[in-house]
Design a protein around this ligand. Structure first.
Ligand code: ATP
Ligand code: MG
Length: 227
């Protein structure tokens, strides 16, 4: 057509900053996506913990050899401990032939919670011990570490629901662990001076479980299970 000049779309001259700006915004988008995924995972974990905590503890009890409990706990613990560069040590004293009446799933959950806390507490290259020993009528399973330990003022409070000193903690791990211990007719406590560091420094969380066919339970298992 006469008189009408068709404008060719002008190509923009490449500016040195343009590619960089696009790359920057892509990086920002990736960061935002990662943040969303991480936060969603965290909320998912929080909701699962809250639901597990709100639900009564239903036990599927059966006789379980202590060695089996330890081997399973050790396997899972290694996965938690290894990425932190910590060392896991297993110590057993006179428990090889012992049996506890327990729910192996819940027991594994409890021990995993303790090992996770220990792994979060120790410095890189730290030590975490998984211990088993016996006393009259009980099997004593413990997770000890050479981290900073639990301050005396917090030794009872750590078992309270929502007590946490971590920026992103729920504070439900030990509350749940303590409940599982009681549901088994056992008990969970902090043992001062029994950590895995020099002179017993660090934290030690000890679970006392009644031995199968041995002394009466520490607590009322059936009632605790319904609590
Ligand atoms: N091995 C440990 N050494 C030192 N302090 C500990 C240890 N284990 C637990 N604690 C203290 O007990 C608190 C409660 O632990 P708990 O497992 O209930 O919750 P959390 O670890 O803070 O949060 P979450 O389990 O949801 O990640 C921790 O915040 C920490 O202050
Ligand atoms: Mg925890």
């Amino acid at each position: 057509m006469r008189g009408v000049t068709r404008r060719r779309p002008r190509r923009r001259a490449p500016s040195p900053g343009r590619g960089g700006a696009r790359a920057r915004s892509t990086r920002r988008a990736h960061r935002a996506c990662r943040f969303i995924v991480e936060e969603t995972d965290r909320l998912d974990g929080l909701i699962s913990s809250l639901l597990a905590f709100a639900r009564p503890t239903a036990l599927a009890l059966r006789p379980v050899p202590v060695a089996q409990v330890l081997t399973r706990a050790e396997g899972v613990a290694r996965e938690v401990v290894a990425p932190r560069g910590a060392t896991l040590v297993r110590r057993e004293a006179g428990t090889l032939d012992l049996v506890v009446t327990a729910d192996p799933e819940l027991l594994a959950q409890l021990l995993l919670g303790l090992v996770t806390n220990a792994a979060e507490a120790v410095a890189p290259g730290g030590t975490i011990e998984l211990r088993a020993r016996r006393d009259d009528g009980h099997v004593l399973l413990a997770v000890a570490d050479d981290g900073p330990g639990v301050p005396p003022a917090d030794r009872e409070r750590v078992f309270e629901p929502f007590f946490t000193t971590k920026e992103r903690g729920t504070g439900l791990g030990l509350a749940m662990a303590e409940r599982i211990a009681r549901a088994h007719g056992g008990a969970l406590r902090v043992v001062p001076g029994a950590g895995a560091g020099p002179d017993g420094r660090g934290a030690c969380f000890e679970l006392a479980l009644p031995r199968a066919g041995a002394a009466p339970a520490l607590g009322a298992g059936a009632e605790a299970a319904a609590a």
